[in-house]
Design a protein. Structure first.
Length: 156
């Protein structure tokens, strides 16, 4: 029988595994409501402030504007959202919840349940530190993303 090699000390591996596990848990909780995680994230923004633009939704979800627009398109087809021209400026298109989406408002704070599950056994102070560390990791990675490395051993 072959032994699995030891994992390297890779922050990307750890964060990636955690991301996939938390996303799978959230998807499982949303499945009975026929929602995907990206749809739920968009709805959480609109439950807090209905009538956002696609650009504002993209900012909230950390998606590109084209990706957010495609997500909105799918949600319109599902009867969750509708697009409307802004009153007074028909050039601006806003995204509004339908009654079907408003009826799911109880899912607005589902993240509390998910947080409780994934932070089981953590003290409040530890949970705050984990969140702080993840925010710092995100900021650091974002700051370095797109830079060309001069010390990359794979670059000839």
């Amino acid at each position: 029988m072959r032994k699995i090699p030891d994992y390297p000390d890779s922050m990307g591996r750890l964060v990636g595994f955690a991301f996939r596990a938390v996303t799978a848990l959230t998807a499982e909780l949303l499945a009975e409501h026929d929602l995907t995680v990206p749809q739920w994230i968009a709805l959480t923004a609109l439950w807090r402030q209905d009538g956002l633009t696609v650009t504002a939704l993209a900012d909230f979800t950390k998606a590109t504007v084209p990706a957010a627009s495609r997500l909105v398109d799918r949600m319109v087809v599902q009867g969750l959202l509708e697009r409307r021209n802004r009153e007074g400026d028909r050039r601006v298109v806003e995204v509004w919840l339908t009654s079907k989406a408003r009826s799911m408002h109880a899912l607005k704070n589902l993240y509390h349940d998910v947080n409780e599950m994934v932070l089981e056994g953590f003290s409040d102070a530890e949970a705050k530190r984990v969140a702080s560390y993840l925010e710092r990791i995100t900021a650091n990675a974002s700051r370095h993303y797109g830079r060309k490395r001069t010390d990359d051993p794979l670059v000839v």
